[in-house]
Design a protein around this ligand. Structure first.
Ligand SMILES: Cc1cc2nc3c(=O)[nH]c(=O)nc-3n(C[C@H](O)[C@H](O)[C@H](O)COP(=O)(O)OP(=O)(O)OC[C@H]3O[C@@H](n4cnc5c(N)ncnc54)[C@H](O)[C@@H]3O)c2cc1C
Length: 535
């Protein structure tokens, strides 16, 4: 049976055009029916907002939270003529979509007040920082808002790896990723090719495929065609690079690392044949900071946002929704009514608010955990990683406690100064790091970096900006995390919403911890709101 997408291809109609037509003919009911018939529901509309038609004039929707999720809903619903009120506790929009630059203020719960002192032009994306090419929904808005993008180098083979905690000759040694990748693959391919040739795998591989597979391995692992040995390759770097004249002339090739040393170091475990879906190249970033996305939305929906307004109570009264709001500057409370409410407040915060949800709904909210996550930006007065080591962007990997990676900036290459990400840690380790003072956090990051770039890292350091997302008041965690059981039992309950209340935000998606999840969950829920209010 031909799939619906094949049919669309054959008819030259895009899925979007088809849905627009269904909407025009039969309204949201037919639209949803068509989506369901394809087994896609509206969750599969990941490339563009749902093509909603009709009018929302005379109807009011209150959106709780002016993060990317809330602003997506405000932007799209307002196009239909709805009156939108966005209630936002902070004095700015964007939620987690923030970039720290000179003057950015952050005060964690129970922590010190931090004011960013980076130089003009220096910044750190301490929340979201990269957009994979397959997040079409995020890219939909960067295009629509004409936000310039640049490459984010997520995978630099010239970057270093250093593991101290493993046994063997490579412990505490700094090597380049291309050395590890070339040697691991080369040795493994050599073993497999020789096993094939000696007949050890005749049960598994047909005679016809055997030589084809050996050819593949020779090519993949840079093996010597004559004896199937791996002796190194130019791609793992030279002892001395080729150049002009007699010296360096053709250069001096490098020797492979020892196979057993590599295995013991466990460095090979870092790499996969390809990245997982959400880490794949091409990876992009907005020029000048990720908050360009938040600003793009805010430019269009800012007039609908009530800032420094903390939601303290939500009630579904059957024919309308009321939301009680506290002004965080004056302390005054007020109430706002609407025909429908879309709540994008993270569950970690929402479950502490007086919502009037059913016990079943409240219990479902409790099952979603929130990740402890820390990041630190370090401004360096010299881009020594580029100037002295030839590393342009990408991640240096280390097993130093609480670091995971040192990520080098993918912007302003060959500039004078640079701001790198000094650590990115999660869960128990993040809890530990977040207990340090701001100065101690910076010192911890510098100690780790100094091991990789001795004499340069600490000497180049100028200024730090760190965050522990689980200690940020209106987030209380980096992102929602679901157990299999919660996904199965709680997600459908929360997705369904209650009465005139629906939930959206990254937590209401299978793209948790990504802006695309916030956007796509909003797209999904605004179609349902429009359907309900159009009925
Ligand atoms: C460290 C880190 C790295 C990340 N990396 C990436 C990445 O590389 N790429 C990517 O695409 N995504 C990334 N993400 C995820 C991305 O930032 C989020 O998925 C997305 O920004 C969430 O948007 P949201 O609208 O769902 O929630 P939020 O942005 O949290 O918005 C919720 C809003 O609700 C407001 N609010 C909370 N409580 C109240 C209240 N009581 N009253 C009123 N308002 C309230 C908040 O102030 C906030 O503005 C990262 C996130 C983190 C933390």
């Amino acid at each position: 049976m031909a799939s619906s997408s094949n049919i669309l291809k054959a008819s030259g109609t895009t899925r979007r055009e088809f849905l627009a037509r269904a909407m025009a003919v039969g309204g949201t009911g037919l639209l949803l029916a068509n989506m369901k018939a394809w087994g896609m529901d509206i969750a599969s509309l990941e490339e563009a907002p749902p093509p909603l038609q009709g009018s929302g004039k005379g109807k009011t929707v209150v959106v709780l939270g002016a993060g990317v999720g809330g602003m997506t809903a405000a932007y799209e619903l307002s196009k239909l003529g709805y009156t939108i009120h966005v209630i936002e506790a902070r004095h700015f929009a964007g939620g987690r979509c923030q970039t720290a630059r000179s003057g950015t203020v952050l005060e964690e719960l129970g922590g010190e007040k931090q004011v960013c002192t980076f130089d003009k032009g220096q910044y750190i994306n301490f929340g979201p920082w990269r957009i994979p090419f397959n997040h079409r929904s995020t890219l939909h808005y960067t295009k629509e808002f004409e936000i310039p993008l640049e490459l984010f180098n997520n995978d630099n083979d010239a970057a270093y790896v250093r593991f101290d905690q493993q046994p063997g000759a490579l412990a505490g040694k700094r090597v380049r990723a291309f050395e590890v990748k070339a040697d691991m693959r080369g040795y493994v391919d050599e073993l497999l090719a020789k096993s094939l040739q000696s007949g050890l795998m005749d049960q598994q591989v047909t005679a016809a495929d055997k030589q084809l597979l050996i050819d593949y391995l020779v090519n993949e692992g840079h093996l010597d065609n004559k004896d199937l040995r791996y002796r190194g390759t130019s791609g793992r770097g030279y002892q001395r690079n080729p150049g002009a004249g007699l010296v360096p002339g053709p250069g001096i090739p490098s020797d492979p690392l020892g196979f057993s040393d590599l295995l013991q170091s466990k460095m090979g475990l870092i790499y996969h044949s390809v990245h997982e879906f959400e880490q794949q190249a091409t990876m992009l970033q907005p020029v000048g900071g990720m908050d360009q996305i938040a600003k793009g939305f805010e430019k269009r929906v800012g007039r609908m946002i009530r800032y420094h307004s903390e939601v303290t109570q939500i009630r579904d009264l059957g024919d309308k929704v009321t939301v009680q709001v506290k002004d965080t500057v004056t302390g005054n409370t007020s109430s706002i009514s609407a025909d429908f409410c879309l709540c994008t407040i993270p569950l970690s915060v929402l479950r502490r608010i007086d919502t009037g949800f059913s016990d079943k709904f409240k219990a479902a909210m409790q099952t979603v955990a929130y990740a402890s996550v820390c990041k630190i930006g370090l401004q360096m007065k010299r881009r020594f990683w580029e100037e002295d080591h030839g590393i342009y962007g990408g991640h240096v990997l280390t097993d130093h406690m609480g670091i995971n990676l040192i990520s080098l900036p993918s912007s302003n290459w060959q500039g004078k100064k640079g701001t790198l990400l000094g650590y990115y840690n999660f869960d128990a380790v993040a809890a530990e790091i977040s207990a340090l003072s701001l100065a101690e956090r910076a010192d911890h990051a510098l100690t780790a970096g100094e091991k990789i770039f001795p004499g340069q890292y600490r000497a180049s350091f100028e200024s730090a900006f760190s965050v522990a997302w689980h200690r940020v008041k209106y987030n209380l965690g980096g992102w929602g995390t679901w157990s299999d059981e919660a996904r199965q039992n709680s997600y459908p309950v929360l997705f369904e919403g209650e009465g005139r209340m629906l939930l959206a935000g990254e937590h209401m998606s299978y793209l948790g911890g990504w802006q695309a999840g916030a956007i796509e969950s909003s797209w999904l829920q605004i179609a349902r709101i429009h359907q309900r209010l159009s009925a």
